[in-house]
Design a protein around this ligand. Structure first.
Ligand SMILES: *[C@@H]1O[C@H](CO)[C@@H](O)[C@H](O)[C@H]1NC(C)=O
Ligand SMILES: *[C@@H]1O[C@H](CO)[C@@H](O)[C@H](O)[C@H]1NC(C)=O
Ligand SMILES: *[C@@H]1O[C@H](CO)[C@@H](O)[C@H](O)[C@H]1NC(C)=O
Length: 436
């Protein structure tokens, strides 16, 4: 399987799990019990703990309830993690994190919950033998009655660590040496929960959250922000994307690409979604959040060397990839200037380790040599069909997307040489996080 297929397959569970009842109140009421106590996260509440599970579903905890993912109503925590309340009657979670360290396969991706002076370890939503334990038995030196916990892998924290928060103290626990260092980070508010998402570290406090640097405690500019605009779907909140999870039969991509670092993105209307981040869940964001000059969607996108080429109408925007995308000086330029072609583009793809980009325009595939200066069209081939939306080339072949369906070809040449369309396959929830 190529990266995309693999990713898409893994996403299935996720995408399905994201489908949630539209009316939180109604479904809570159906339970017929403890209606008054069911919290609504759109009221602007303070979470007790937040953690993803091994499938990338993010759980938010408040009192005896939890939310699964970014949409849907609260439900009793003990329906998912039954020992948290049913046996021990503790009724809340102080802190939680998902173990990132791969040193021990027995703990990788397992979830740790902290309640008072106990730690509970779960995998597959099942409490493991020997738990709960005293916190200090598993994490010597770490105090009881924690406020928050967050994992920090070695690439981002020097050593594989867990950062525990309690009041104004920040305890950084090194997982291999079991040494704990206590710090204070004066700029960071007291966190009541924390979440590691992609390369980002978020401290939640009140209804707000603040992004921070996990080694220095430095706070990023522009924070705090209201969590309701980012981490949950609330009426009258949102961060500009206004993305409604579409039905798979209504999906229409504008572009899809994988960059040299293996990040796969699809673009649709004003939003994009990264598809290689299953471990952290699939989420849509406004395109302008990462590529701020691209405010009106895209027609085609491809990646070449460490650059991202985004085409909209007759303009080409080239971004340097890195921790963030920066527009290369002098761009956007016209398609004619940059790639030597006229008119609008439907789709584009570049295969790994190649230097020829295949640009699809109507019923034609135009090949442009990216090593030439200026760029020149080296081939112009007729295609078996027109009106393609997006295309992606991976190590196993090429996928071309048209509406809610896609076609697979072994190579650019088989695509151009085929006299008729091969059989189509439907985009599935697993592929794009859409609804069945
Ligand atoms: C969850 O906890 C509530 C309150 O303690 C209890 O009534 C209910 O039976 C529990 N549910 C499960 C599935 O254990
Ligand atoms: C996960 O748990 C479910 C039900 O609790 C069980 O049916 C399934 O076999 C478990 N899967 C694994 C991989 O342990
Ligand atoms: C949340 O952040 C806003 C600034 O973005 C601030 O005005 C507000 O007081 C904060 N609320 C809480 C409860 O910290």
């Amino acid at each position: 399987m190529d990266l995309l297929t693999k990713t898409l397959f893994l996403c299935l569970v996720l995408a399905l799990a994201h489908g949630a009842p539209a009316h939180p109140q109604d479904s809570a009421a159906e339970d017929g019990e403890s209606q008054a106590a069911v919290p609504d996260r759109c009221d602007g509440i303070e979470f007790d703990a937040i953690t993803p599970d091994e499938k990338g579903m993010t759980f938010f905890f408040k009192g005896s309830h939890l939310w699964k993912g970014f949409q849907g109503p609260a439900q009793p925590s003990n329906e998912t993690f039954k020992e948290l309340d049913d046996i021990h009657h503790i009724g809340h979670v102080d802190a939680a994190f998902r173990m990132h360290s791969t040193e021990s396969p027995d703990t990788h991706d397992h979830i740790y919950f902290f309640l008072d002076d106990k730690v509970f370890r779960y995998y597959n939503h099942t409490l493991e033998d020997g738990y709960p334990k005293a916190i200090q038995e598993e994490f010597p030196g770490v105090p009881s009655h924690l406020d928050a916990a967050i994992e920090c892998p070695s690439g981002e924290c020097g050593a594989d660590s867990v950062i525990f928060f309690k009041g104004d103290d920040v305890h950084v626990y090194d997982l291999s040496t079991k040494v704990m260092k206590t710090k204070t980070w004066p700029d960071l508010p007291a966190c009541t929960s924390a979440l590691h998402w992609l390369e980002h570290y978020y401290c939640f406090h009140g209804n707000n959250f603040t992004r921070f640097n996990p080694t220095s405690g430095e706070v990023s500019a522009g924070y705090p922000k209201d969590a309701r605009n980012y981490f949950m779907k609330c009426p009258n909140f949102g961060h500009g994307g206004n993305y409604k999870v579409p039905k798979c039969s209504e999906v229409k991509l504008d572009a899809i690409t994988t960059d040299d670092a293996g990040k796969t993105y699809f673009f649709s209307g004003p939003v994009y979604m990264r598809l290689d981040t299953v471990r952290d869940g699939l989420h849509a964001f406004p395109i302008s959040r990462s590529w701020k000059e691209v405010t009106n969607g895209v027609d085609a996108v491809f990646s070449y060397m460490d650059k991202f080429y985004m085409i909209k109408d007759e303009q080409v925007y080239i971004y340097k990839t890195g921790a963030r995308y920066t527009l290369v000086e002098g761009y956007p330029k016209t398609l004619k200037e940059e790639l030597g072609i006229d008119g609008r583009v439907d789709a584009a793809f570049l295969c790994p380790n190649e230097h020829t980009v295949h640009i699809i325009q109507g019923r034609q595939m135009i090949d442009v040599d990216l090593t030439a200066t200026p760029r020149v069209v080296i081939r112009d081939l007729p295609l078996p069909f027109s009106d393609l939306d997006a295309s992606l080339c991976g190590s196993e072949g090429i996928k071309v997307f048209k509406g809610s369906q896609f076609y697979f070809y072994e190579s650019a040449m088989t695509l151009a040489a085929s006299k008729m369309a091969p059989f189509s396959q439907n985009i599935t929830p697993a592929m794009m996080g859409c609804q069945e």
